[in-house]
Design a protein around this ligand. Structure first.
Ligand code: PMP
Length: 449
């Protein structure tokens, strides 16, 4: 598998699982056969999807370090799969939370922090009108609702391999070139391909053909696919996407939830994408659950027309805890004091070093692997690259090998994201942590080859 013998992978997986267990007697005793009272023994079932023999029980997390209840310290490059991309409890955010803690946590009304946030969002992301939600999933759902309302079209278009949260209608895949419901969806009895068109990323002719009927309300995409193995856009792809969407009256929704690793205004700002709708969740309030979704002047004015010509009533958008003062406090601090050009320069600098270090290891052992990077986001992929589309990205996964690598890295003091080999560099990440990751990776690869 991926240039490594199956026996070696199996051997490493077993021996590293044993090392992991031995280092965590307190965790093992606390978890037993699962945490009492929870379905499947975990508060959220994704916590069982890590390849470690049992979940890491966290004592505390600070900056870019996680310490488990057995006292094992981990250099954290997973950072909550982007939710803590700016480090755990960034000091300005922690201060803002403390300040707000005694002033009420939710009241379905704005606070003074909200007065500052509106202009900050305009300035950072270049769109004039915004709403606050609590998860990126919700922000995407609400933005898609607006897209359908203003275009009067039911269909959406996604790229194969996409993920935009648990947004039902995006849960489709291409299988041998045919659209199907994504595998494993619990309780899904609808044929989602009735309303979602799907084509491969970077495939301009397929995109053109899919939009030609002018029945698609919106293309929803990440600027770079990050939810399988990382797929970068070909030169000219985004220009073609914007040109074709405009020519067919289709809106463009850019989901920057992961690609905000590019820079303070995301990939959109760095590459001048000009979307109609924009979504960012996860780290936008420094780890406090919050998301933002914004729209252009044109969409806002078309939505105003829509409301004038349709019966008033429940919009289907919003949730009770969205736009609460704790979110405002944490978001204001994040936008103002954490998502700074200076912090991004630090992240970019160390991410380059990480990229180079991992690439050197791969080259040294002549493995058919590669490293992909988007600003502060780095990924080693156990297949040759660059990858062109979601189909290739799914095929590039080597789950058993990745699982063995993951646990072996944990045992060497480094935590990377599960599911794919993603690593984030935060403003709190230190050069020594990057060096430790590179040398741990080198050590594990040496054992495998
Ligand atoms: N959009 C993208 C691009 C994502 O990667 C994710 C989560 N991985 C989401 C949306 C959904 O975020 P959440 O689970 O916080 O709703």
């Amino acid at each position: 598998m991926a240039g490594i013998g199956q026996e070696r992978i199996k051997g490493l997986r077993e021996s590293e699982a044993e090392v992991f267990r031995r280092a965590r007697p307190k965790t093992a005793a606390s978890l037993g056969n699962g945490i009492a009272g929870f379905l499947d023994g975990v508060p959220m079932h994704w916590m069982k999807d890590w390849p470690t023999p049992f979940p890491i029980l966290v004592g505390q997390a600070r900056g870019a370090t996680i310490t488990d209840i057995d006292g094992n310290r981990l250099d954290d490059f997973c950072l909550g799969d982007t939710g803590s991309m700016f480090g755990h409890s960034p000091p300005p955010v922690a201060r803002a939370i403390r300040r707000q803690a005694g002033r009420g946590l939710t009241y379905m009304l704005p606070s003074e922090d909200a007065l500052a946030i509106g202009p900050l969002l305009q300035e950072k992301f270049g769109l004039p009108f915004w709403q606050i939600a609590t998860t990126a999933t919700d922000a995407n759902r609400f933005a898609l609702r607006i897209a359908r309302a203003v275009t009067g079209r039911e269909k959406i278009l996604v790229f194969n391999g996409c993920y935009h949260g648990s947004v039902d209608e995006t849960m489709v895949r291409l299988s041998n070139g045919k659209p199907i419901n994504r595998q494993g969806l619990a309780g899904e009895f609808r044929d989602l391909t009735r309303t979602a068109k799907i084509v491969e990323f970077n495939d301009i002719p397929a995109l053109e053909a899919a939009l030609a009927d002018r029945d698609v309300a919106c293309v929803i995409t990440e600027p770079v696919l990050t939810n399988s193995c990382m797929v970068l856009p070909d030169p000219g792809f985004h220009d073609a996407l914007r040109r074709l969407t405009r020519a067919t009256g289709t809106l463009l929704l850019i989901d920057e939830t992961h690609t905000i690793s590019t820079g303070p205004g995301g990939y959109t700002r760095a590459f001048g994408l000009g979307p109609d709708l924009f979504v960012l969740g996860k780290p936008v309030a420094g780890g406090v659950p919050a998301s933002i979704w914004g729209m252009s002047e044109d969409i806002a004015s078309r939505y105003a027309d829509y409301r004038r010509t349709h019966e008033p009533g429940y919009s289907g958008m919003g949730t009770t805890l969205s736009g609460n003062p704790l979110q405002f406090a944490a978001m204001r601090a994040t936008l103002d004091e954490v998502m700074t050009a200076e912090n991004y320069a630090h992240m970019e600098h160390l991410a380059r070093r990480l990229d180079a270090g991992l690439t050197a290891v791969i080259d040294r052992y002549r493995l058919p692997w590669h490293v992909a990077r988007l600003g502060a986001r780095v990924e080693f992929i156990c297949a040759p690259g660059p990858l062109k589309n979601g189909g290739e990205a799914e095929a590039a996964h080597a789950p058993e090998l990745e699982a063995a690598l993951h646990v072996a890295l944990v045992n060497r003091g480094v935590l990377i994201a599960p599911f794919h080999n993603m690593m984030l560099v935060s403003p709190a990440t230190r050069p020594a942590q990057v060096n430790r990751l590179i040398s741990a990776f080198g050590d594990v690869v040496k054992r495998l080859t």
